[in-house]
Ligand binder design. Structure first.
Ligand code: ZN
Length: 68
């Protein structure tokens, strides 16, 4: 996985995972640590990604049904 900070490809996967189960990485070029969700729009969301998409899916489905 490329570093979201310096876009280097020389990263190593670290042992262990985040609270939500995302894999952790370390960049050998800039020395920063990041996980699979760092740099994405969902980075600060405190719920897992699949729950977010489930909520968005059901809200969209409910809205579409109420428009008919
Ligand atoms: Zn980096």
């Amino acid at each position: 996985m490329d570093c979201p900070h310096c876009h280097s490809s020389s990263t190593t996967e670290r042992e262990g995972r985040t609270v939500h189960g995302f894999r952790c990485f370390h960049c050998r070029d800039c020395g920063r640590r990041f996980n699979e969700r760092t740099g994405t729009a969902l980075n600060r969301v405190r719920v897992p990604t699949d729950i977010v998409f489930l909520v968005v899916f059901w809200r969209l489905r409910h809205k579409l049904r109420s428009c008919l």
